[in-house]
Design a protein around this ligand. Sequence first.
Ligand SMILES: CC(=O)N[C@H]1[C@@H](OP(=O)(O)OP(=O)(O)OC[C@H]2O[C@@H](n3ccc(=O)[nH]c3=O)[C@H](O)[C@@H]2O)O[C@H](CO)[C@@H](O)[C@@H]1O
Length: 368
Amino acid sequence: MGPLRSVVLAGGGTGGHVYPLLAFADCLRRHDPGVRITCLGTPRGMENDLIPPQGYDLRQIPAYQLPRSVNMNLVRTPGRMWTAARAAGKVIDEVRAEVVVGFGGYVSVPAYLAAWRRELPMVIHEVNVPPGVANRLGMKFTKNVAVGFPNQPSQAESLRDATVVGVPLRRAITGLDRYALRNAARAHFGLRPDLPVLFVSGGSSGARSINLAVSGAAKELARNGVQVLHVMGARNEPVPIPTDLPVPYVTLPYLSEMELGYAAADLMLARGGAMTVAEVAAIGLPTIYVPYPHSNQEQRRNALPVVEAGGGLLVDDAELTPDWLERTVIPLIRDPQRLYTMGAAAASYGRRDGDEALRSFVLAAVAR
Ligand SMILES: CC(=O)N[C@H]1[C@@H](OP(=O)(O)OP(=O)(O)OC[C@H]2O[C@@H](n3ccc(=O)[nH]c3=O)[C@H](O)[C@@H]2O)O[C@H](CO)[C@@H](O)[C@@H]1O
């Protein structure tokens, strides 16, 4: 099979859908600098902040209300969705796409509908259990379903026949040697090289309960020599941090270069978004997961396999108090042997080749 000429990628809303799309686009371009890559987005999603700076063509299609049920009759599908599908179809025709690859989120459904109408090959990449509504709708039109994690096919009926390819991750992350970069990364954030670092991130939108709990533990962590690098989330009200701490506590609204945060860290505290789980597992970073409690247990399911492999700890959002953090983080972060064992266990669960494996899957779908 020859190189791909033109590909349409659809995925938007939160970072969780956009980052795998970008990593996959990079992989396509690496293999074939001549490939035309066109991304679809809606006006308000994070794709608008994240995709253009990477040099990819982003076309907007109109936003519409995602259907709540996958079983809805397509004839009754809201008119706005068909308007969006027509707009997606126009882009597909203009760039003469050979395949549509969707990562879920609002923008994917019109792309799937348009590809289906044109009998164009399409591939769905899904990282969650249960799969999101957009991808479940897409699965009505194709059997080319790839998933990010080995537990997914057995945990969702709709993913039973899916192929496990892993998650496309940014090269800056998969190529990371976090021990080699540690001191430089710490210097970058103004952190000391000689004291442990807890890296805190609530996912692409931030997490208020995590922000409150960690800031509540700030004094005690600092008193015990634990430095904190805390990404609060650009769409979150920042939480005040005491100013007179004896060791650095660095806050940021958002961090574009997550690899630097991962490199600076000895231990991570995070939600259980699928991308975050895939990233920290791939680089073997021990992590305390605090799954988002209001999304169908999806984040708990994401985190559980790596925790069961020994790569981290899991705590309910409701249990995450400053006191719990102090009792858990301080002894753990001062125990390099335990951190090393946890990191190795995480790495044994993680994989770094999701982008390549998805590309092979897409090439096979186009060739069929
Ligand atoms: C509340 C909710 O429904 N969250 C979902 C959302 O999470 P969310 O959008 O938070 O996604 P993830 O945790 O999966 O991924 C976050 C991504 O953003 C990046 N990042 C994050 C913060 C930052 O400052 N800089 C940065 O670059 C991370 O490196 C990662 O690549 O999508 C995920 C993937 O579909 C789902 O599993 C989550 O359940």
